[in-house]
Design a binder for this molecule. Structure first.
Ligand code: TPP
Ligand code: MG
Length: 544
């Protein structure tokens, strides 16, 4: 057996079903071996597309998503998607070919030290120096990527090692450790803290989704009468329609839900990663008591000093604390929730054109089923998706919020549809982020993957204009022109529609779902709503 064959056997042993990537000269042995494997290779049109597909696959989760590139420029093209996965805690394993070990010591075509390059954007980055170590390296890469808090691993495979013969080596048994259970005395301290609280509030983070503890979280909130806000990446942990839900937190500006945090005496953070929402934004006065419930100890932050930390399996901790704590009598959520819910439907009947962001998201919710998946790209539209899209189930609204990279939308929607073929997958994307990875429309068409690409067309880097207007009252270098998006879609063999009035939104979206192919919807958006929101929130008077 060659080392390349052993590598592929190890990947099969890890349960890998799909690898996203682009072949190159230095990985031809692996590519050839894959022909005789159960693993499906999906050829993409840019390595970044492959990395984002693996990233979103890892979130949904299909265990670790896997992507592959050649050395040098192929590998550097992977970096953004890998960094995104790592900072957003998505398990991903990236594989790259490498120059032969006989030419790595000198100036040599396309050779870069990839292990060092990937170190800052992964949890584990290693080179296969000898064929015998392939099973350990692969097992370690997957174990590290999938262990809490998950992230990316990188394996560099030199071309001469790939060809070497190896005898007797076998893939290693796949083992993963169960999260330890939190100790009783910590559960008791947490229960006492909640029982004594007058106005507790809970912030749920993506760790709850990863731990599949959403039901435990909802039961905890119901039993103890605690209102719940979710971070962008935890949308759907509690249904937006649930009476305890306060919607999503995470805008830099103060939003209504911030009033709940101001008022709270105990803030219960569950599975919360501060990469999403810096504590100084929601705990500026440092006057609340923080209860940290997570699978790992808290990160250090001067605004995140704990009253009690409960480290262990999240679902277990929530269930045990809920058993022992006394419920709140009053219910903080009531008035605040009403304000937040009213806000969601405020422009539901708007006939303004270009469309208001609120209206687009309202109509999108009307046409999608609860399990359908929305993948947001990054820009002003993401802020609106986070604030207004009503997610009802965990992992039905995917948002890149740790690394927050533009370009995740199209490849992300492809990965979502591949992972859950029975659901509709939509990306809500800006016109700039769309063109960063729109070449993957060809991939989707070739492999027959239906996705809807809802492009918010403002011919601008809208989010940046929003920031510039807030800071300087004028904008700088944010304008561009778009191609004709309908004809662009059609040139791939996909469908394209242009929204020409607010009344078009629902029928066009319904048509796109029925088309069951790749559909690009060019939707002009009215971003004057951005500054209106800033002004409204700037004058926010707390309703509680
Ligand atoms: C790869 C990458 N480059 C730059 C940025 C900084 N950035 C964040 S949002 C944004 C503008 C996005 O424009 P568009 O995709 O049109 O979305 P809009 O804000 O208009 O909704 C930029 C440049 C980023 N997050 N990621
Ligand atoms: Mg734009």
């Amino acid at each position: 057996m060659t080392a390349a064959e052993l590598l592929v056997r190890c990947l099969e042993n890890e349960g890998v079903e799909t690898i996203f990537g682009i072949p190159g000269e230095e990985n031809i042995d692996v590519m050839d071996t894959l022909l005789d494997s159960s693993i499906r290779f999906l050829t993409t049109r840019h390595e970044q597309g492959a990395a984002f597909m693996a990233d979103v696959c890892g979130r949904l989760p299909c265990r670790a998503g896997v992507c592959l590139s050649t050395l040098g420029p192929g590998a550097t093209n992977l970096i953004t998607g890998i960094a995104d996965a790592n900072m957003d805690r998505a398990p991903v394993v990236a594989l790259a070919g490498q120059a032969a070990t006989t030419r790595m010591h000198k100036e040599s075509h396309q050779h870069l030290d990839l292990v060092s390059l990937f170190e800052p954007v992964t949890k584990y980055s290693a080179q296969v120096r000898e064929p015998e170590i392939v099973p350990e390296i692969v097992r370690k890469a997957f174990k590290q990527a999938e262990a809490e808090k998950p992230g990316a691993s990188f394996i560099e495979f030199p071309e001469n090692v790939a060809k070497m013969q190896v005898e007797g080596a076998e893939p290693l048994l796949v083992q993963s450790a169960d999260a330890p259970l939190a100790p009783d005395h910590k559960i008791e301290q947490a229960a006492r803290l909640i029982s004594a609280a007058r106005y507790p509030i809970l912030m749920a983070g993506n760790g709850v989704i990863r731990a599949r503890a959403s039901d435990d979280l909802v039961a905890f909130a119901e039993k103890l009468n605690i209102p719940v806000a979710t971070t962008f990446m935890a949308k759907g942990v509690i249904p937006t329609s649930h009476p305890n839900s306060l919607g999503t937190v995470g805008l830099q500006a103060r939003d209504f839900v911030a009033c709940g945090f101001d008022r709270a005496d105990v803030i219960v953070c569950v599975g919360f990663d501060m990469v999403e929402y810096s504590p100084h934004l929601w705990h500026p006065e440092k006057n609340g008591k923080i209860l940290h419930i997570d699978s790992s100890p808290a990160e250090v932050d001067e605004h995140y000093i704990l009253e009690v930390g409960v480290v262990g399996e999240i679902g277990h901790s929530l269930a045990r604390i809920a058993e022992q704590a006394d419920p709140r009598e009053g219910f903080l959520a009531g008035t605040l929730r009403q304000v937040i819910v009213d806000e969601l439907s405020r422009h539901a009947d708007s006939d303004a054109f270009p469309c208001k962001p609120q209206k687009i998201l309202w109509d999108l919710r009307q046409v999608l089923k609860p399990d359908d998946i929305v993948v947001s790209d990054v820009g002003a539209h993401k802020m609106w998706v986070a604030r207004m899209y009503q997610a009802e189930r965990p992992n039905t609204c995917i948002i890149s919020n740790g690394f927050a990279s533009m370009g995740i939308g199209v490849p992300g929607a492809i990965a979502a549809k591949l992972t859950h073929p029975e659901r509709t997958a939509v990306t809500v994307t800006g016109d700039a982020g769309f063109l960063m990875n729109s070449q993957e429309i060809e991939t989707a068409m070739r492999i027959g993957t239906s996705i809807i690409i809802l492009v918010w067309n403002d011919s601008k880097y809208g989010l940046i204009e929003w920031h510039q207007l807030r800071h300087f009252g004028r904008s700088s270098h944010i304008d561009f022109n778009n191609p004709d998006l309908v004809r662009y879609a059609e040139s791939f063999g996909a469908k394209g529609y242009r929204v020409e009035s607010a009344a078009d939104l629902v029928p066009v979206l319904r048509q796109a779902i029925a088309d069951d192919t790749v559909v690009v919807i060019d939707c002009p958006v009215d971003y004057s709503e951005n500054m209106k929101l800033t002004e409204e929130l700037g004058q926010l008077v707390c309703p509680i």
